[in-house]
Design a protein around this ligand. Sequence first.
Ligand code: PFF
Length: 482
Amino acid sequence: MNNPNSSEENRGQWGSKLGFIMAASGSAVGLGNIWRFPYVTGENGGAAFVVVYLACVLFIGLPLMWCELALGRASGRNPVGAFRETGGGIPFILTGVLCLAACFFVLTYYGVIAGWTISYAISQVSQTSLVFKEYTADPVYVLPVFALFIVLTIVIVRAGVEKGIEKWSKILMPLLFVLMLAVIIRGVTLPGAGAGLEYYLKPDFSKIDGTVVLKALGQAFFSLSVGWGLMITYGSYMSKKQNIVSNGFWVGLADTSVALLAGLMIFPAVFAMGMNPDSGPGLAFTTLPAVFAAMPAGWVIGTIFFLLLSVAAVTSSISMLEVPVSYFVDEKKSRRTTCAVTVGVVAFVVGIPSALSNGGNEWLSNIELFGQKGFFSILDQVFGTLALIIISLMLSIYAGWVWKPKNVIAEIEQGCPWFTKPLIGGISPAAIWSVFVKFICPIVISLVLFSKLGLFDREKLPVEPVPKEQKSPEDNASSPTQ
Ligand code: PFF
């Protein structure tokens, strides 16, 4: 990006196509792929979940990513400004506000997990082993690395991203890829790994229910960085010459490949070591060190791996911080530095309960709400899943029915002239995309949301009667282990 730190008049622009793809992939590829995807898959039935996840990425995530990018580029604004400038009323402006809230609140716990990755890198280099449950329960260890991570995020957002993130992502992301391949090779050759491959690759479709689809859709939005207003913000830094469709496609492909590889890295090892795939957020942190220990010079690979994971987390967290910062810079004419520092420090303070909710504080660890146990899991359910789904629903209604597909298409067509040409059986990609954004996305997202909110529970009653005071089967189905 050129001059993201300069005056408000010059909001900055990506230097090149590669610059955008690297920064947007840097945002998309993060803890969501390597830490969250495997444990959510493990809690929701393995391969069947993966199939639903892929469908969500392709048919819902990608069309909406193009919408976000077009909305951002057309308006040249942050999420709130983008809905307002293109004629959105109060409900859509509130959707923009929800984007800021989702980015902010997820940052508060994302930083905690990113802090864990720093500690794990240190433990690998010093060849000491960390007992996950004991480590995460100890504020003396968890809080300083969380603070360190937030400081790192602030420093980068404050300084601008072009020389740091754009440049380093190009080197570090491919390196992460190569290291993942090395870990996969070790994992799948461990005795007993076959059961893990089967669990991960052989779908049992009877495992699919409303909760699984909700989790898959939520995970797709989480991982692609769609439904956060992030792609609106990054689209606003995109020149009219850039191709929204192919750029979005590359970002989606990079993101999905890393997630799928992460599953291949984790599940064979989980089964080989007799662990439980359903063991929640600790899954990657308990499995991987065991795989590294089983490799020659494993601590070197382990150290580099966790360092790269921290880097992947930073390239994501800076983009999370960038969304509220771009709002304050655009709308309140605040200085970038002041915003980055203020929002970052407040995120640290608000993140302390999450840091303490993995055993550090009994009440925070055991509080139950929305079928989730623990403060951190509740935040993840509310902001890291439900908010993203609501935002994406509003976005599809906005693009499909309020701002109208013709405006989105006119924006996408600049830089992608073939979008409106009849390519597939005489039908243009734009026409197919319109059907998705007008009908398929809002209907599927609404169904998933309503099913989660219990609207279809009546139909289940004759099959599975539950006494009134008990939780619904769906609530019980969602992770008790988180
Ligand atoms: N997509 C990131 C991940 O999978 O870790 C999370 C994320 C980062 C979402 C930044 C949104 C965002 F703005």
